[in-house]
Design a protein around this ligand. Structure first.
Ligand code: MCN
Length: 804
């Protein structure tokens, strides 16, 4: 890359020139920094009972008996329940894929994964509960288990749900078969494993519940979606949603894993009501690692057709997904991978089949990106692989095939409508920022000198979907007589900094100081409706609702000020720097927002407030390019990330500091998946990565300082022009880092290394290449020959998958 590149801000964008786009520091941090906020375990509950679950230590088996007699007599134990005591019918929790896979909150007759809840102890203290769990005697007859999704689709595989007839949870084969060979000079082929990883939020999931004085039940789930959870708990218990008041405490990270209802919530809610006491369930880290949904878990048979000059002629993918023991939302995510498989490229044809299997493992669910990282990963692996085979520079090959700036709105072959994009800009910006030509020269020098430490440069271009699923969002603004303001929103901030950005939006139009604005979220009594936070939807939906509500309150304020000041509303001006409203040219007469709020109460008997429900016409599609530099020790296989440049385009940036924070966090997630993390099971289905000692969770020591940039291509779909940023950098970074590791050893003949690119794997790939055995291709499993055409799997689950 020699051409100098820049990332100009759009000149016609009215947002810039205001405080929006600034690096405003987070107003929510003081409470977090001094530990003043209440996480779930800190809730001031009155003598709560501690729920401790008895969990299966077998991956598959039939339950002969459960003996709770001794446990019930243990000190501090108030009760012990099995499924028969609980009396909650099997249900689908967050999302239904198929009726057959309903899950009982406490196992009935059969267990299907290690960690499945079988019984629950309610005790005065957590320690007493843990002791009593040891005294519950469960007799299980082991059954053969299957943890590998490909093995689960074999004809002779042990069946998780014999009545279902096979382990096929979802079959999604909507396209006609594509004859890639007919149009391509070269077909690039790879079998890529996008490994199962843990969500691992800093605070495990969990919940508490307590009877309220008004006869209802208050439930505090550590969750991203309070309003959905309200409906889901009510449905599972057969209660009316009005019987429930959901309040999310401070949530210590969610990353998709706290999206939707956990089956344990219903147990805790039912117990609080029946035992008429507060009940709290705080799982251990191991419990969280075993039973909270894992994510990714795909085997991708991917093929890219190219002409000799590097023009893509088509994409063919056969994808095997892992739905885990009770396929639900995780089984819908490979459909999202398919929908995002058009990527940033100008493909003439795509043929993409999905088969998702039930396996004897924890059910799968969302994790940062939820289906989109897997799409980008397979595309960007194929493109880098093609670049090595065709001898075309990876940036040049991408540029030859990227969609042009003039195609938007663009309808993909897989049914998405990309709202706006400029795909070459971030790629050129990233190449420029990292000094691409210099790096290639350094790489050539190291190769020529035979240095055992080789340099790899990994490129990835991506597009992703945010604000999918179509949920509307609620926002309300209320100005108080002391000049402060309260915002109400149906999203749920759990680390993202919504109070700060939403306050910037209100402050920008009114001049009310940001530090005098507070946000109320995560309370279903105080916020009437909400879509929660997932799918990086919050700013573009919740922020837009706040923006529209602010516009409405400004109009109200104008009318009120005109009445009070006896002026024409057309002459009323808002002084945003002083935070006052007055008549143009007469600053002395101006009213403060507090005075205006008082006037509102006096003249209208109501507060100065406005609300808005924002519904976008469609999802938005952020995009970008990442370039990673890895150093690989060819003697030990150790790979180290030494530089990482991210250029992400999330439309109009509202708070630059927060966007950079999300880029940093997103890249860190990518480092984890690309180099370190993998959930593994032994041959009997026992998880062998059950805590942070066994699971390769990276720390800051394994990461360089990230170099982050933004380009800004506004979305036409919301008044802010914003798209999401919460997952983007994970999607871009993961394949860039993987590609960098492979690029470092590509001159030795290596064409692919599955993630995580551990020393062992890299070393083995170098040895295999030396033996002339570096071809990652294998035939897709026979199941694809027999997949039914047409989508099967629940349509609502597919919509939910686009929204997380
Ligand atoms: N923002 C901005 N300008 C934009 C886009 C976003 O200033 N154009 C700001 C927003 O105001 C917000 C933050 O950036 O403060 C992220 O906004 P957005 O992209 O709308 O994402 P959400 O707030 O909806 O957060 C969800 C997203 C997801 S899906 C995962 S997974 C993830 C992520 O956020 N989980 C997180 N980042 C996380 N960060 C923390 N600390 N904890 C998690 O659990």
């Amino acid at each position: 890359m020699t051409e100098p590149t820049t990332a100009p801000l759009p000149t016609d964008d009215p947002i810039h020139g205001s405080i929006l786009g600034n690096r405003v520091t987070r107003t929510e941090d003081p409470g977090l920094l001094v530990g003043a906020n209440n996480y779930l375990a800190d809730l001031p509950l009155d003598r709560p009972l501690h729920a401790v679950f008895v969990r299966s230590d077998l991956a598959h088996g039939t339950i002969n008996s459960i003996d709770v007699v001794e446990a019930k007599m243990m000190p501090g134990v108030v009760d012990v329940w099995t499924a028969a005591d609980l009396g909650i019918a099997p249900h689908h929790g967050f999302a239904k894929i198929h009726d057959d896979f309903a899950r009982p909150p406490l196992a009935i007759d059969r267990v299907r994964f290690v960690g499945e809840a079988i019984a629950v102890v309610f005790a005065e203290t957590q320690a007493q509960g843990v002791d009593a769990v040891q005294a519950v005697l469960v007799d299980i007859e082991p059954l053969p288990s299957v943890t590998d999704p490909e093995a689960a689709l074999a004809e002779d595989a042990p069946l998780l749900f014999p009545e279902h007839g096979n382990n096929l949870a979802v079959a999604d084969s909507p396209d006609a078969a594509l004859d890639l060979e007919a149009t391509a000079d070269v077909v690039i082929r790879g079998r890529y494993v996008n490994q199962r990883i843990a969500v691992a939020p800093m605070e495990p999931h969990g919940c508490a519940a307590a009877p309220s004085p008004d006869g209802r039940l208050t439930v505090w789930p550590s969750n991203q979606f309070p309003h959905y959870v309200k409906g889901q708990i009510a449905a599972s218990l057969g209660w009316s949603p009005e019987d429930l008041h959901i309040i999310t405490p401070q949530v210590g990270g969610g990353f998709g894993g706290k999206a939707g209802m956990q089956h344990e919530y219903g147990v805790v809610a039912a117990a609080a009501r029946r035992l008429d006491r507060p009940v709290i369930w705080v799982p251990t880290r191991t419990e969280d690692m075993q039973a909270m949904a894992h994510s990714r878990g795909q085997v991708q048979y991917a093929e890219l057709g190219c002409t000799r000059d590097g023009t893509f002629t088509g994409l063919r993918v056969r994808l095997v997904g892992d739905g885990g023991a009770y396929p639900g939302i995780g089984a819908a995510l490979p459909g999202g991978t398919r929908r995002m498989s058009h990527g940033t490229y100008d493909f003439p044809a795509i043929d993409f089949d999905v088969a998702v299997a039930a396996t004897n493992t924890a059910p799968t669910g969302a994790y940062r990106g939820a289906g989109r990282p897997e799409a980008t990963a397979l595309l960007e692996r194929l493109v880098d692989h093609a670049s090595h085979e065709l001898g075309i520079d990876p940036i040049e090959l991408r540029e030859r095939n990227l969609l042009g700036d003039d195609v938007f709105p663009f309808t993909t072959l897989t049914g998405n409508v990309y709202d706006s994009g400029r795909y070459r800009l971030p790629l050129r910006t990233a190449a420029d920022a990292i000094g691409y030509d210099d790096l290639r020269a350094q790489q050539a020098e190291r190769r020529a000198s035979g240095d055992p430490k080789q340099l790899g440069i990994g490129v990835a271009a991506y597009v992703e979907i945010t604000g999918g699923g179509g949920s509307p969002e609620y926002g309300k603004v209320e100005v108080h007589t002391d000049g402060s303001a309260t915002l109400y929103c149906g999203t749920l901030s759990h680390g993202q900094g919504h109070q700060t950005t939403y306050a910037m939006i209100l402050s920008d139009q009114t001049g009310i100081p940001i530090d005098r604005i507070t946000l109320v979220d995560g309370d279903t009594d105080r916020v009437p409706q909400g879509g929660g936070t997932g799918g990086s939807r919050s700013l573009q939906t919740g922020g837009s609702a706040i923006h529209r509500a602010t516009e409405a309150i400004v109009e109200q304020a104008r009318a009120l000020a005109a009445q009070v000041l006896e002026a024409d509303p057309a002459d009323i001006v808002i002084d945003r720097s002083g935070g006052t409203i007055g008549v143009t040219g007469v600053p002395a007469s101006a009213l403060s927002w507090g005075e205006l709020a008082a006037k509102s109460e006096e003249l209208t008997n109501g507060p100065l407030a406005a609300e808005h429900v924002f519904k976008s016409e469609g999802a938005s599609f952020p995009f970008g390019a990442h370039i990673a530099v890895a150093e690989v020790d060819t003697e030990t296989g150790q790979a180290r990330l030494v530089r990482h440049v991210a250029v992400d385009d999330c439309g109009t940036v509202i708070n630059r500091l927060l966007v950079e924070g999300q880029q940093h966090g997103g890249i860190a997630s990518g480092v984890g998946q690309a180099l370190f993390e993998e959930i593994r099971f032994d041959g009997d289905g026992n998880p062998i990565t059950g805590n942070f000692a066994d699971y390769g969770f990276p720390s800051a020591a394994e990461m360089p300082s990230f170099e982050t940039h933004s380009t800004e291509t506004p979305s036409p779909l919301n008044p802010l022009g914003a798209k999401g940023i919460g997952e983007a950098a994970t999607i871009g970074s993961t394949p860039a880092i993987q590609n960098a590791v492979i690029d470092a050893v590509s001159h030795l003949g290596v064409r692919h290394i599955d993630m995580p690119c551990t020393s062992e794997r890299v070393w083995a790939a170098i040895q295999a290449a030396a033996r002339g055995d570096a071809d990652p291709w294998r035939q897709p499993p026979p199941v694809f020959a027999t997949l039914p055409k047409g989508l099967t799997g629940d349509a609502e689950a597919a919509e939910a998958a686009d929204g997380i």
